[in-house]
Design a protein around this ligand. Structure first.
Ligand code: PMP
Length: 461
């Protein structure tokens, strides 16, 4: 009976009897904002395969574009030209401001960030990279170095990444430099890894909860530049809104100020738009536009092709010219099927008004979730922009201590059992993440709000 209710999306989660399934979900099929498991249960997908299914599962228009291309040509490599790739790169470049007009196509966000890092080092001749605390830039050996959260680091004794597992936030490569002897709680400010390759900026007051209110971030950054960072750096990577970090937003002008300081030291500014791109933040097509900055490179993946493996780096002619001194080759990058899909995604975003939906439904969700923050002691913060929303869970508002992951898991499972899939994230795993396909409706949002309310109530009881 309950399953029927869920399928029809007309149940009242406040009154319906809940049966707990708590078994792994095996997804069998998807359509737009909906997923079905192998038992035929329907779920409202509010995580979209980590903000990846941008316009909807198996969107008919995108599926048709894929089918058409699959019958025509699957693969050649970039040795040969084919129209699909040119059509797509022209279309994509037209969506970026001057002088960001040179497109490199790869296959994942990690690959895009690896490539951007390499290009920045080649172009500037510098080595050091700066990223932000809470950042996630990928899981490849290089991109793991950019990623700040130590949960994604592996305690290996050599290779790229950290040489000292005691120091989660400052990492150095195998090329020498002093060894870090600091404890996990110390910050980059007083860490002795000043020769380090990748440095993560830390928040002065060490807070996450309501971090966007922390204006001291900029002071800390200036101090770090004055005392710790070498005068010559290769690049700064920043997500316009941190995704895996838990929808963390920066103080006003933080990115603007950072870009200025980085450029004064010869570094390039790289916007990681892997989650924030393609209209997800609602107000702008690209997240960086919301900060009034112009990056030297933009990396993108996830929503670019609605779930098909595809990613890109877009940069300037000048940087591309430096990089052309060597040979860059990528077998699958710019695959014709991926390009046909990505091209259709761009058309669909426009035709379906996806960015608009992001702005409208996102604002509605933020507004309604803020009511739950008032209602429940464990809802510490509600933040984000468009359909990139974080709900930070705390033990209580006074302590602001993160709700333990197992408790968060309980609410997550309950929400899932009632037919809604959301995501988890944050440095302490304390934040729910809501990033649905950009085709959800107000009725879907209301269904989720009722389910989430019920799950919070169940937890509190
Ligand atoms: N950058 C950001 C901001 C991401 O969120 C992710 C993935 N979560 C990546 C890069 C890495 O992308 P991929 O998993 O496709 O390598």
């Amino acid at each position: 009976e309950r399953m029927l209710d869920i399928r029809q999306n007309n149940c009242n989660p406040m009154t319906m009897k809940v049966t707990y399934y708590k078994k792994p979900v095996h997804i069998h099929q998807g359509y737009m904002q909906w997923l079905w498991d192998t038992d035929g249960r329907r779920y409202l997908d509010l995580f979209a395969g980590v903000a990846t299914v941008s316009v909807g599962h198996c969107h008919p228009k995108v599926t048709a574009a894929a089918e058409k291309q699959l019958r025509r040509l699957w693969h050649t490599t970039s040795i040969y030209m084919y129209p699909t790739v040119h059509e797509y790169t022209d279309k994509l470049a037209a969506l970026l401001p001057d002088p960001l007009k040179v497109v490199y196509l790869v296959n994942s966000g990690s690959e895009a960030n690896d490539l951007a890092m390499l290009m920045a080092r080649v172009h500037t001749g510098n080595f050091d990279i700066i990223t932000l605390r809470g950042s996630y830039h990928g899981g490849s050996p290089l991109a793991t170095g950019l990623t700040s959260n130590s949960a994604y680091k592996f305690p290996v004794a050599s290779g790229f990444g950290c040489h000292n597992t005691m120091c989660p936030d400052v990492f150095r490569g195998p090329w020498g430099g002093r060894h870090c002897r600091d404890s996990p709680v110390q910050t980059v400010r007083n860490c002795s890894c000043s020769q380090g390759t990748i440095m993560h900026v830390l928040c002065f007051c060490n807070c996450y909860y309501h971090c966007q209110a922390n204006e001291m971030y900029i002071d800390q950054l200036k101090e770090m530049f004055a005392t710790t960072v070498p005068n010559r750096i290769a690049a700064f990577f920043g997500e316009p809104i941190q995704g895996v970090g838990g929808a963390v937003q920066y103080p006003k002008n933080f990115l603007k100020e950072t870009y200025k300081l980085v450029r004064e030291r010869g570094g390039l500014c790289i916007a990681d738009e892997v989650q924030t791109g393609f209209g997800r933040t609602g107000s702008h097509f690209w997240g960086f536009q919301g900060h009034g900055v112009l990056p030297d490179m933009v990396t993108m993946a996830k929503g670019i092709a609605n779930g098909f493996p595809m990613a890109a780096v877009v940069t300037t002619q000048e940087i591309a010219r430096s990089f052309a001194k060597g040979v860059h080759f990528n077998t699958f990058g710019g695959n014709p099927v991926a390009c046909a899909i990505a091209s259709s995604v761009l058309d669909t975003i426009k035709e379906d008004g996806s960015q608009h939906i992001s702005a409208n439904i996102g604002t509605y969700l933020l507004h309604e979730l803020a009511k739950l923050r008032e209602k429940y002691e464990i809802v510490g913060d509600v933040r984000g922009k468009g359909l990139m929303i974080g709900v930070e869970m705390v033990k209580n508002k006074a302590s602001q201590e993160p709700l333990p992951p197992q408790d968060l898991g309980e609410i997550f499972e309950d929400t899932k059992d009632m037919g809604v899939l959301i995501g988890k994230g944050g440095l302490y795993g304390q934040t729910f993440r809501i990033k649905p396909p950009m085709c959800i409706t107000k009725a879907d949002a209301d269904f989720f709000l009722a389910v989430f309310n019920r799950a919070l109530q169940n937890y509190m009881e």
